[in-house]
Design a protein. Structure first.
Length: 230
């Protein structure tokens, strides 16, 4: 990609599916030259979670048509589980965001910060960013609502993840929303574990509700009574 002389590549990075118990975590980056930012602004972008699925799909196509660069990183449930057990989710997300930033090589990049301390998260990111020239990194809470190019990245990530979840739903229609607060989702996972003895590959075993269900499934009827008999 050739950036016109004197122009800058402005990038936004965000994720979708961080809190879900089902499906991958998707990190997306959108890069656009500074001279075209008004085209993005004219779309009236918002955080993807505040938009309907139909609106996200419409904006997805428009963003694709305007952006100079789009990069997507899909992190599987297995990768998530391995990282949570060793380093936690924040580091995994930071590594994925850094990989997206390395691919785009922007002049300025805005990221939606998952850490309670934005400066700390920026430091983690910078430890993994390899950029051949000077750049500016902005780590912000609610960047997906405040910065248009991050809103664009949020929409790209959400639509890609929606498509991943759609593929799961084609085979398993009763998975609910995929979030641990959804009783239908937890019921699906519990029934699956009771039937097969383990969680399906598209479920995050490192999430506490799943770990509890798995622990419960390994107990014999007698061992379940132990807690009342001691």
């Amino acid at each position: 990609m050739n950036i016109p002389k004197g122009d800058k590549l402005i990038a936004g990075v965000d994720e979708a599916g961080r809190g879900s118990v089902i499906g991958p975590l998707v990190v997306a980056g959108v890069g656009i030259t500074e001279s075209k930012l008004q085209l993005l602004s004219a779309l009236g972008l918002k955080d993807s979670k505040s938009l309907s699925r139909e609106k996200r799909k419409l904006l997805f196509s428009k963003i694709i048509g305007i952006a100079d660069y789009i990069c997507v990183c899909i992190i599987s449930t297995q990768e998530i589980d391995e990282s949570v057990q060793v380093n936690g989710l924040n580091l995994l997300e930071a590594e994925a965001m850094a990989a997206v930033i390395n691919d785009m090589q922007p002049d300025n990049v805005y990221v939606d910060c998952c850490d309670v301390r934005p400066l700390r998260y920026a430091s983690i990111l910078e430890a993994h960013i390899v950029c051949g020239r000077a750049y500016k990194l902005y780590s912000l809470h609610h960047a997906d609502s405040l910065v248009g190019v991050v809103s664009a990245a949020s929409i790209i990530a959400k639509v890609v993840r929606d498509n991943q979840i759609f593929e799961i739903r084609k085979s398993f229609s009763d998975i609910g929303s995929g979030y641990p607060s959804d009783k239908l989702t937890i019921r699906f996972i519990r029934n699956w574990i009771q039937k097969f003895g383990d969680a399906p590959t598209f479920v995050r075993k490192s999430w506490k509700p799943v770990k509890l269900i798995l622990m419960e499934s390994t107990r014999t009827p007698d061992s379940r009574l132990d807690r009342f008999c001691t």
